[in-house]
Design a protein around this ligand. Structure first.
Ligand SMILES: Cc1cc2nc3c(=O)[nH]c(=O)nc-3n(C[C@H](O)[C@H](O)[C@H](O)COP(=O)(O)O)c2cc1C
Length: 214
């Protein structure tokens, strides 16, 4: 074994390289753990045979895609009732000009709407006072008809109601597809023992979409 002393310069070199390697490794692991698989966020227009010249915006926030599909189903149903409907992700910040009404939906994560959906409400808070708006939330807990479940799911919208006054609130069972979640989200779902599967009730979603027209 060599007794050669490490020079000051070598010491700083070795320390610097070690620090840089640790930073890159930790950053890389952190990125991998929170990386969300690519999710489709469709931008759709349903304009077949409109019986009136009225447009509705359905805008949504999703992480794993199920809320986007619910938004598309609502858009299709409203179009079948004669409206022209645009379906867009909130992250595109769709402007409200020209719309008769707006329906805003979000997936529920950790008891709340997704942050980008809340940001959207903040951005257009003033405009949303002048146009009828309804909300829908897609979630997997508190789905029962009992009072406790009802109160718990309605609590998901506490922040939302501080910002806007929806004319109606739809709550729909969502879907859990582990292949569409980040590593961290998969761990959370394991901890809360959430089961994989699609619980969306398309009949309920379409009935709600029709009912809000009233
Ligand atoms: C990390 C994580 C947290 C969740 N938190 C809640 C929750 O607090 N309450 C609830 O009812 N559902 C919760 N869910 C279920 C989602 O709301 C449900 O899977 C929904 O369909 C997701 O919508 P998306 O596919 O559009 O992202 C959670 C799901 C995940 C993966």
């Amino acid at each position: 074994m060599s007794n050669k002393k490490l020079s000051r310069r070598d010491f700083f070199k070795v320390t610097g390289i070690t620090l840089a390697a640790t930073t890159v490794l930790c950053g890389g692991l952190g990125y991998a753990a929170t990386r969300i698989p690519a999710i489709d966020t469709p931008d759709l227009t349903f304009s077949e045979e409109p019986t009136m010249n009225k447009k509705i915006l359905v805008t949504y926030a999703t992480r794993a895609g199920s809320t986007a599909e619910v938004a598309a189903a609502i858009g299709e149903t409203l179009n079948q009732r004669g409206y022209i409907v645009d379906v867009k992700a909130v992250k595109e910040l769709p402007v409200l000009d020209g719309y008769e009404a707006v329906i805003i939906g979000s997936a529920i994560r950790m008891g709340n709407w997704l942050p980008e959906a809340v940001e959207y409400l903040k951005t257009y808070q003033e405009n949303l006072k002048t146009i009828p708006m309804a909300t829908f939330s897609v979630h997997l807990q508190n789905l029962g008809d009992d009072e406790e479940s009802r109160q718990n799911r309605q609590a998901y919208l506490a922040t939302v109601r501080d910002l806007v006054k929806p004319v109606d609130e739809g709550y729909f069972a969502g879907s859990m597809d582990l292949s569409k979640l980040s590593f961290v989200d998969r761990m959370i779902t394991k901890m809360v023992k959430s089961k994989e599967g699609d619980s969306r009730d398309w009949n309920k979603i379409n009935t709600w979409a029709t009912s809000i027209l009233a």
